[in-house]
Design a protein around this ligand. Structure first.
Ligand SMILES: Cc1cc2nc3c(=O)[nH]c(=O)nc-3n(C[C@H](O)[C@H](O)[C@H](O)COP(=O)(O)OP(=O)(O)OC[C@H]3O[C@@H](n4cnc5c(N)ncnc54)[C@H](O)[C@@H]3O)c2cc1C
Length: 433
């Protein structure tokens, strides 16, 4: 048994970890399992969606082969343990890019499908699942299914965003998008309050592919922040200065993120970035994945770990709800080191349990202070519930079952596709098995 944590490091309980590498052998291992198992990619989910303590984890990172790539059409076929980083490194020099990518490239294709991840361009490209053409899914009864948007589309809709609970994805076919190169034309603008944020978001969506903002949820509760937008650009031959990756070498005995460090960080970050606001040509790695430069940054929160709280609410109530959340956080005396605020486009989700819905999403990290932190989340939950919103399971370790059920109205339909030999800590908490 091996102790395994997810990105939030809230627990490290024992699991039996079984490494999958050869696809044919993987089918036998998955089908031969006597206790419930769960696929595990890079463990970049924050909470318990990728955990299954005292049970089995099928580690998929050994399923890392590229199977086919057509550089005339941008069609890629690969095993599910391939990292998004490796796809970008191979595809971008050939003029293709992953159409959707989350804020870290250190995730697997299988994990990106199972959480139906989103990026900074939801208003243009939707979610990762929008670009998947075919999946190979292995069930614990030994059956292998091929599904996609046109073939067995019900299985596809259950598996995209299906939290790993419908089977193990061993292979996927993805449609990449044309890109002129690795560079982006970027602009950073400071905003003073939420009204300015929403004006910037509305003005930018028609002409900018990527939009995202960092919001200061510590200082004053006013909602000031920095809005970033970007478009791919042909910037000719340039060299990307090698960024030296730093590592947090140990877990400090207490969290380095506390009230004092939070307000100094937020103040310094806002002022520094405001001074350097404006236009720039940026490399895709710096724009999409700034956090990947500080390896193991999750250790910063000390031995008790941290929670991420990510919600989405409809656009028409977005400003009031976001303000109410910021006020609640300010009153609690807690705050988030990094809070990300962005709008989602009006596309309907591909998966039955996909998180994105038209509206506005906020993602915030909070050090784990036990009951005090959970109390704050209860207050935030009631704001989200009343607004008709939902919480992102990929980031969750504690949402109440009632909020999950109200946020995901297709849950009953989804349950028919669950694999009885698969279970996670999240599924036991939110679905009862
Ligand atoms: C710094 C950072 C930034 C992030 N930014 C974003 C963001 O912008 N947008 C966003 O949407 N998410 C974001 N995330 C979350 C992350 O993208 C997702 O949690 C992603 O699913 C993690 O992939 P993984 O390979 O680590 O999967 P894991 O975390 O190991 O597993 C995630 C889920 O996928 C299932 N799974 C994994 N592989 C398979 C498989 N082969 N078959 C079936 N099920 C499988 C697991 O059972 C589990 O349910 C971020 C995470 C971090 C740490």
């Amino acid at each position: 048994m091996t102790r395994v944590s997810s990105w939030g490091r809230l627990s490290d309980r024992p699991h039996e970890v079984i490494k999958l590498s050869d696809p044919a052998r993987a089918v036998r291992l998955i089908a031969g399992q006597s206790v419930p198992g769960l696929a595990f990619g890079m463990g970049r989910s924050y909470g318990d969606v990728c955990l299954n303590h005292d049970g089995v984890l099928w580690l998929t990172t050994g399923l890392d082969h590229f199977i086919a790539f057509d550089d005339r059409t941008g069609r890629l076929v690969c095993e599910a343990g391939v990292l998004l980083r490796d796809i970008q490194r191979i595809a971008i020099p050939r003029g293709w890019i992953l159409p959707v990518t989350p804020g870290t490239q250190l995730v697997t294709v299988g994990g990106a499908i199972a959480n139906d991840v989103h990026g900074k361009n939801h208003h243009v490209q939707g979610t990762f699942g929008d670009h998947v053409q075919r999946i190979r899914l292995v069930r614990t009864d030994g059956e292998t299914l091929e599904c996609g948007p046109q073939k067995q589309s019900d299985w596809f809709a259950a598996t995209v965003g299906g939290l790993g609970l419908t089977g193990v994805i061993t292979e996927a076919e993805i449609q990449l998008h044309r890109v002129p190169g690795p560079w982006l034309d970027t602009e950073t603008l400071a905003y003073a309050n939420l009204e300015e944020f929403f004006n910037l978001a509305d003005d930018s969506e028609a002409s900018w592919e990527h939009t995202v903002s960092w919001i200061d949820c510590v200082t004053g509760g006013g909602g000031r922040g920095l809005f970033m937008r970007a478009n791919p650009v042909d910037a000719g031959q340039r060299t990307h200065p090698k960024v030296r990756k730093l590592t947090i070498p140990i877990v400090p005995p207490i969290s380095l993120v506390n009230r004092w460090s939070l307000s100094s960080f937020n103040m310094a970050y806002f002022n520094l970035k405001r001074i350097h606001a404006g236009c720039a040509i940026s490399h895709y790695e710096s724009f999409f994945y700034p956090l990947d430069n500080l390896l193991k940054w999750n250790r910063m929160y000390g031995p008790r770990g941290f929670f991420q709280y990510q919600s989405v609410v409809p656009r028409q109530v977005g400003e009031d709800v976001t303000q109410a959340m910021l006020d609640t956080i300010a009153k609690s005396g807690d705050g988030s080191f990094l809070a990300v605020l962005k709008t989602f486009g009006s596309r309907q989700p591909v998966g039955m349990l996909s998180f994105p819905q038209p509206g506005v999403t906020i993602a915030m990290d909070f050090p784990n202070h036990g009951a005090r932190t959970l109390k704050l989340f209860e207050r935030l939950d009631s704001i989200i519930r009343e607004a008709g919103g939902r919480i992102y399971p990929a980031k969750d370790a504690r949402m109440p079952r009632a909020l999950f059920e109200s946020g995901y109205p297709r849950l009953n339909e989804f349950m028919k596709y669950r694999d009885p030999g698969i279970s996670s800590e999240l599924s036991r908490r939110l679905m009862g098995c």
